[in-house]
Design a protein around this ligand. Structure first.
Ligand code: G
Ligand code: G
Ligand code: MN
Ligand code: NA
Length: 252
């Protein structure tokens, strides 16, 4: 059993690590990356988010985890830049931060400290995360968008969706949940649903990202339809910074 006190200590001792998963445009060029947290536990080895984020949430430590991750991303972006490399990196944000009116300024202060621009990062939030204090969420997202940050709605199609909310919140991208992609292209019902989501994205002027692309049949079907960006094990797993650095170097 993982303990809250262990996570507090892990944050202090910088045991959390950030991995990067590349996201590609339909033509195969690298478009951005998603930052995904792991815990390099001294006894248990590398822990996946599913193994400790639920506990972080219960313990009220999600905000600390998310702050840690975005700070590490800033450091990593600075280190990549010193080698002449750039790539927009999206972080995942929990609902609590999204409702906190102090968050955009805190983030701006952090970005300034590391000389990172809003345009250099993205923020992914699930539909659930937007269901809190609607006014606070809308105001915060507006401010984050004004900072140049690319906003994505994550795991789309699994949560409690509200089309009205999608229309008035200033998102740039919609990420289709990997559970839909898993059943492409043989399940006709799923193909129809994905095409409906593509139509929705187009109607709302949102760019579409498909997550969880694991094989070429899925990739080919998506390429033949209206998908702007692809993410998944087929193109690249989440990887440590050193490996991601190599991927970026190959691209340029
Ligand atoms: O990497 P993996 O597929 O195991 O991630 C599982 C889940 O953990 C995903 O839903 C992802 O959004 C979430 N996650 C990963 N890193 C972070 C993070 O830094 N902050 C938050 N809030 N969620 C994260
Ligand atoms: O919920 P979110 O989209 O933030 O989660 C991203 C998670 O999806 C990460 O934990 C990552 O490890 C996982 N992931 C990324 N690509 C694939 C894939 O192709 N297949 C599966 N099963 N999981 C993936
Ligand atoms: Mn995500
Ligand atoms: Na997702």
């Amino acid at each position: 059993l993982l303990l809250e006190s262990e996570l507090t200590k892990a944050l202090d001792h910088r045991e959390l690590v950030v991995h990067y998963q590349p996201i590609f445009a339909a033509d195969g060029s690298l478009q951005s990356a998603e930052a995904l947290v792991r815990w390099q536990h001294p006894e248990r080895g590398l822990l996946q988010p599913g193994e400790f984020l639920p506990m972080a949430l219960r313990a009220g430590l999600m905000v600390d985890v998310d702050y840690y991750v975005v700070e590490q991303v800033c450091r990593d972006l600075r280190s990549l830049r010193s080698r002449g490399l750039t790539c927009r990196v999206a972080i995942n944000l929990c609902g609590q931060q999204l409702c906190d009116s102090r968050y955009p300024q805190q983030l701006q202060d952090l970005l300034s400290r590391y000389d990172v621009r809003g345009e250099d990062i993205g923020i992914e939030v699930t539909e659930e995360a937007t269901t809190g204090d609607t006014f606070a969420v809308a105001t915060n997202l507006q401010r984050l968008a004004e900072m140049g940050i690319q906003l994505s709605i994550d795991d789309f199609g699994t949560g409690y969706s509200s089309l009205a909310r999608l229309k008035y919140l200033p998102f740039h991208k919609l990420k289709i949940d990997r559970s839909f992609i898993a059943d492409l292209p043989n399940d006709q019902d799923v193909c129809s649903m994905v095409q409906a989501i593509m139509g929705l994205a187009e109607g709302l002027s949102l760019q579409l990202v498909s997550e969880g692309v694991e094989n070429s049949a899925q990739r080919d079907w998506l390429a033949a339809h209206q998908c702007d960006f692809l993410q998944g094990f087929l193109m690249g797993e989440p990887m440590p910074l050193a490996e991601f650095h190599a991927v970026l170097t190959q691209q340029t």
